[in-house]
Design a protein around this ligand. Sequence first.
Ligand code: A2P
Length: 342
Amino acid sequence: MKKQNVAVLGATGAVGEEILNMLVERAFPLGELRLLASPRSAGQKKVVDGKEYVIEAVSEDSFENIDIAFFCAGGSVSEKYAKHAVKAGAVVIDNTSAFRLKPDIPLVVPEVNGEDILKHQGIIANPNCSTTIMAVALAPIHKKAQIKRVVVSTYQAVSGAGFAGMQELEQQVRDYVADKPMEANVLPVASGEKHYPIAFNAIPQIDVFEEGDYTKEEWKMIKETQKIFNEPLRITATTVRLPIMRSHCESINVETELPLSPEECKELLRQAPGIEVLDEVAEQQYPMPIFTSGKDPVYVGRIRKDFSVKNGINLWVVGDQIRKGAALNAIQIAEFLTQNLG
Ligand code: A2P
């Protein structure tokens, strides 16, 4: 397979670091590797696969000779630099929300709509982490029994807010135990005016409030899922931040047109790509973040009938949002490109 020259923009961040780890772990055919971040990190050194790289401050000229550029430094950085990367001939796999809902930019979960990758015109968008995890679990159910309506509530990890979110939870726990006041500067929205501690708390706000008093994260789950499935699926969402380090959890209620028993649903999900069913209630087996963190699959458990409607199923879905929710999905897109475009 032809080696690809790769740039990672946001190489010092939570997602960027995971992309670097996973490129090595999955034996991606790496040619040149360029690590890009803000001027704050320029000159720092980072070892990838035993080789030392110097982090460069991103500029308009950073993408010469690059085949694939992973962007994970935030929406405004993507908006500023993606066009320069595309102009230089790179394919941008963008982890931010900058381009996800643009009609001519594919938004891809390879297990669901991998074929859309080939429609790209230089940029491919990686969906929101909660959306990706839900889409993987819903796709086989939709194919078999046609989804009528989805009600999802999330229980999201602090790593969704990057390293800063993880550091803040850890510090708050230390302060609490030491009987010191907890300081909050990052959650729910780093740039916002009001912050709440996440330790020993649940914050029903992820990102800013938008239309209908839904948060941006809730709208992402609705609109991005509709785009990935290429159908106006009826979805409503409530997204909540919990003091979990890694792995988002989702309680998903699915109403289908056709009947689907819990046993059929379990079998269907067992056969589906990217999913691991963990559902032995007699043995108290179900997915939990402490076991799923750092792992690739989307885990599904607590699969049971919703007795309140004619055709309904309840699911408990857990996935490491830095892996499948971000880095792994992005690398799967890159692998598909490499295999299909030579
Ligand atoms: P830096 O470490 O130099 O600030 P996280 O999501 O974990 O907070 O990481 C964000 C990533 O995006 C980091 O690698 C960060 O680099 C990078 N980043 C943030 N702002 C910029 C910017 N204006 N230009 C380039 N990279 C940026």
